[in-house]
Design a protein around this ligand. Sequence first.
Ligand SMILES: O=C(CO)[C@H](O)[C@H](O)COP(=O)(O)O
Length: 221
Amino acid sequence: MIKIAPSILSADFAVLGEQVRAVEQAGAEFLHIDVMDGHFVPNITIGSLVVKALRPLSGLVFDVHLMIDNPDRYINDFAAAGADIITVHVEACPHLHRTMQMIKQAGKMAGVAFNPATPVNNLDYVLPLIDLVLVMTVNPGFGGQKFIPQMLPKIQQISHYLKENKPGTWLEVDGGVNTDTASDVARAGAGVLVAGSAVFGAVDPAAAVRALREAARGGKE
Ligand SMILES: O=C(CO)[C@H](O)[C@H](O)COP(=O)(O)O
């Protein structure tokens, strides 16, 4: 069963609460929250205060994607603010195992993200601690970029790996996911589809969530 994770990166921040309610009512399961620090990626976006402000408004799974250097410094802040899943980038974590342990010790689900050019070769050693693998299908930092089709075999590879080694682990895809690409990523094995501009750039974000799910269904046997 595909889960839809609207990314608030492309939302209207002047009416953020209303937009979150709209996608929740449309049946989205996750709310993807893109945290950027101006170092790991060029952009600066959302801090834990925004997560804290949204938490009482929504029962969605808060899926916090830390695109930041030294994420260990902020794990407890985002956990206390109401994150359900905290995902860090393998490229930003010299001590990935310790970082995963910190997330689990904070009582949260732990995710690990891979940039498009990063090979997936060290999952084995952290697999017991992982609840979610995030495959970036654009280079992180900005919404509205074009899906990189060379990521489809990578999604397939990780999907097979997780099915064999830790079934039940979420496989999430982020970047350029829209009604044109959703069926391909679902067919490749993704179970959670992040979409920013395809949802919040649409005139009707709720209808866009439904359209995305329908498109993804075309890709799932
Ligand atoms: O992590 C991200 C960017 O770094 C965003 O979640 C992602 O790009 C979503 O935006 P869009 O769906 O418009 O591509």
